[in-house]
Design a protein around this ligand. Structure first.
Ligand SMILES: CC(C)(COP(=O)(O)OP(=O)(O)OC[C@H]1O[C@@H](n2cnc3c(N)ncnc32)[C@H](O)[C@@H]1OP(=O)(O)O)[C@@H](O)C(=O)NCCC(=O)NCCS
Length: 161
């Protein structure tokens, strides 16, 4: 990843005023299965949720969020604008969420991902998420959901292998 890109990137909490930009990204990245603006408002209003955006030169190019209820958390979403994918930015966003989860003393982080989403699965594997189960025909188009979990207690052990 270029150091210019890292220097230009800001990861900060998602504010109400960001919802239109995030909604637009969301509709493009998840055309058949995206949240409505109302759902974004509900998510931001909830007490146990935490959302961030990735901003590059004043433009929002990604977002992610976590729902935390000790000792567990669920990754609600993570996305990077198509033209910026594959540059390590998804990894930076995920790392920010993992730091926040650690500060919240979360032990288990869960997520679900489409079985055909190789980029996301690679990203989660690289951050020590393990596949624990699957839900057949979970998505509206019939695709299977893979359920993954990261156990913060096991990270040190795995990292040493
Ligand atoms: C998933 C997503 C957030 C990853 O963001 P990104 O900035 O492209 O990811 P990174 O550049 O940090 O790369 C993360 C990993 O994915 C791999 N990857 C990236 N694009 C890939 C592709 N098209 N196919 C396979 N692997 C890919 C990278 O090699 C990297 O793996 P590594 O760490 O083992 O080298 C991004 O692809 C995205 O927004 N997709 C659309 C929305 C989405 O599917 N979100 C996830 C919902 S569960």
């Amino acid at each position: 990843m270029s150091s210019d890109l890292v220097q230009a990137l800001a990861i900060r909490p998602l504010h109400w005023a960001d919802i239109p930009a995030v909604d637009q990204l969301e509709s493009t990245l998840f055309p058949s299965d995206h949240w409505s603006v109302e759902q974004w408002w509900r998510e931001l209003a909830a007490e146990h949720t935490h959302y961030w955006v990735a901003q590059l030169h004043e433009r929002i190019i990604g977002y992610c969020g976590l729902s935390a209820q000790l000792p567990d958390a669920d990754i609600q979403t993570i996305a990077i604008e198509a033209q910026h994918q594959g540059n390590g930015l998804g990894g930076l966003l995920l790392d920010s969420m993992l730091v926040a989860a650690s500060e919240l003393s979360i032990q288990f982080i869960f997520l679900e991902v489409r079985a055909d989403n190789q980029a996301a699965i690679s990203l989660y594997n690289s951050r020590y998420f393990n596949r624990i189960s699957e839900r057949l025909k979970y998505y509206p188009d019939g695709e299977t959901a893979i359920i993954m979990r990261r156990d913060s207690r096991q990270i040190g052990e795995q990292a040493q292998r």
